[in-house]
Design a binder for this molecule. Structure first.
Ligand SMILES: Cc1cc2nc3c(=O)[nH]c(=O)nc-3n(C[C@H](O)[C@H](O)[C@H](O)COP(=O)(O)O)c2cc1C
Length: 354
């Protein structure tokens, strides 16, 4: 019997990764209903939209679920960095006839704060997970007082130790293979980042709290491998991207099913923080990781938004963030409950399911 699953009343210690921008409550509800832990990403939702999502979850399931928030520092606008970034994009503005003067700056992703904490108090989710560290101590205590088990992503052993020392109840060891944003929060040196196979056993040896493996796990064999390496549970994102309940756009779905998906890279072009996505035109032409000045996370997104819209209107994803992990072999256009069933066969040999 798996302690982590037992503590949450889950049938399987499998977490569907929260994925901002490609899912709402339908995926959460389907996964939780199938005996795993469904997640709802909140970073791109307003408080009103989150309230509506929470009502839908409460209406549709009484199973445990996870609410996920970003906890980056709110960036100060930097006019010089914004101007440098727009200069780099100028040839594309000319190509698409975009008037750069009319682009509104804006964040688009909000960190965890009082408004979100009030909704945690009101709806009392069994699990709250964070990306980019943990919120300030007072907010953290508030989440714990609401009864939530708190998880956060660690991309190094040092981050795992830090999370445990600051009150995380479990640590998600996010290997370099993972799709979407790196959870990195202690410094920004990407040479510190480890693959899942290297990170997981080292994190497991360094902390006492349960460790969830994430990154590159795409089928039952991958689930069994992570459990054999000592994981207390697994978290998968990419494999759920084609599921019926995900809101992944048709262009993103097409890219995931194309040969292009074989080549992913870390890029900071879309948001200002490194995230893994399928290499596309803007990543190829500007280089996926920009070291020249650019607005801080998440302000980088605004200047790219009209190019994304213009390209998408022409039917291409040249300027779209196509988040994906390195292993997309598990992607299937099937109901999420069926995906959970396929993946959870990996627990049979380990005795981790109930
Ligand atoms: C499309 C996409 C969006 C993501 N968005 C989030 C997010 O909003 N919050 C978060 O904590 N992690 C996010 N992640 C990262 C996942 O939590 C997880 O680390 C990753 O999906 C695991 O690797 P895999 O994609 O190889 O399964 C995202 C991943 C993907 C693929």
């Amino acid at each position: 019997m798996n302690e982590f699953a037992q503590r949450l009343g889950l049938q399987y210690p499998l977490i569907q990764a929260p994925m901002a921008g490609v899912q709402l409550h339908a995926l959460t509800v389907a996964v939780s209903g199938a005996g795993a832990l469904g997640s709802l990403p909140c970073a791109m939702l307003s408080a009103d939209a989150l309230r509506a999502e929470l009502r839908a979850i409460r209406d549709q399931t009484d199973r445990p679920f996870n609410l996920n928030f970003f906890c980056h520092a709110e960036p100060a606008p930097d006019a010089a960095a914004e101007a440098a970034w727009r200069d780099a994009l100028r040839p594309y503005y000319d190509e698409f006839g975009v008037d750069a003067a009319k682009i509104a700056a804006g964040a688009g992703r909000a960190p965890f704060g009082d408004e979100f904490a009030a909704l945690v108090d009101e709806f009392r989710p069994p699990v709250v997970s964070f990306h980019f560290g943990l919120p300030a101590a007072a907010l953290m205590q508030r989440v714990k007082r609401a009864g939530a088990l708190v998880l956060s992503s660690a991309t190094t052993v040092a981050e795992a130790r830090w999370l445990e020392a600051h009150g995380a109840d479990a640590v998600i060891a996010q290997g370099l293979e993972a799709g979407g944003h790196r959870g990195i929060f202690l410094g920004g040196d990407l040479t510190t980042q480890l693959g899942t196979l290297a990170l997981l056993p080292q994190v497991k040896a360094a902390v006492r709290v349960p460790v969830i493996a994430a990154g590159g796990i795409a089928d039952a064999a991958g689930v069994a491998a992570a459990m054999a390496l000592g994981a207390d549970g697994v978290q998968l994102g990419t494999s759920f991207l084609l599921c019926d309940e995900a809101t992944t756009s048709p262009l993103h779905r097409a890219a995931l099913q194309s040969e292009a998906a074989a080549h992913t890279a870390l890029t900071n072009l879309f948001t200002g923080r490194p995230a893994r996505g399928i290499v596309n035109r803007v990543m190829r032409e500007l280089g996926p990781l920009r070291s020249a000045p650019h607005p801080a996370f998440p302000l980088t997104t605004a200047a790219l938004a009209p190019l994304r819209a213009a390209a998408e209107a022409r039917g291409n994803s040249d300027f779209t963030s196509l988040w994906s992990g390195q292993n997309n072999r598990g992607c299937r256009a099937i109901p999420a409950a069926e995906m959970v069933r396929l993946l959870c066969r990996g627990f049979e040999a380990t005795g981790a399911s109930r």
